[in-house]
Design a protein around this ligand. Sequence first.
Ligand code: CA
Length: 230
Amino acid sequence: MNHILIVEDEIKLARLQMDYLNNAGFNTSVLINGLDVLPWLQANNTDLIILDLMLPGRDGLDICREIRSFSTTPIIIITARIEEIDRLLGLELGADDYICKPFSLREMVARVKVVLRRVPLNNSEPTQHNFNLILDPYRFKIVTNEHEIELTTVEFQLLQTLYEQPARIFSRAKLMDLIYKDQRVVSDRTIDSHIKKLRKKLAEILPNQELIHSVYGAGYYFESIIKAED
Ligand code: CA
C-alpha cells in the first residue's frame, strides 16, 4: 500500500485530502507546519508528497528544493494561484505535478495515481508505519504487534480522544472539557504534563514515531497514519 504525505495547513482541506486518499487505498500522514517536513522525511518513508506552497514555518518552494537535494520522491505542488504555475515551472523545482486551488479531490487522487505510475517504486521494504496500535479501553492499555503498555485513566482518555480523530487539533480547553467532565478546575499545564507522560510511554513502545503533535498556541493532534485493528 502506498503512503502519501500531505503537507497542508488548512486542517479541513487536509482532512478531506486524507479521507479521499484513504478511501482510494493509500496510507496518509498529515503535516501542517512547513518546519516539520524535513525532520519527518528523515525519520519516515513516503511514496509521494502533496505539498501546499503557502505554509506556516517554512515556504513550500524552499521545502521542495531541499527535498530534491537528497530525494527523488514524487512531489505534487498545490498552489492557490493558477498564474503562479508558469512561474513555478520556470523555477525547475523538480516537482512532478502542479494542482491549483480550489481543486476537486477526485482529480487530486487521479493525479496522485498518474504520478505514482510514472515512478518505479524503489522502497518496497516495509515502512515504519506497518504496525497497528490497539487501544484497549477495558484495561487502559495500548498494544502494538510486540508490546503493550499501561496508561493512567487520564492518559488513556487523552490518547483515545486524539486518536479517534486523527489530524484534528484539540485545544487544551477542549481536552480538559472532555476529560474532566466533573468541571474540576485544572490548569492548561495539567494537560501538558499528561501529554508529556503519554508521549514518553508511546516512545517506549514506538520509538522514533512522533504520534502526538503539538501546534503552538492551538493544541494537540494525533498523527494520521495509524489505523486501529478491527
Ligand atoms: Ca496554505
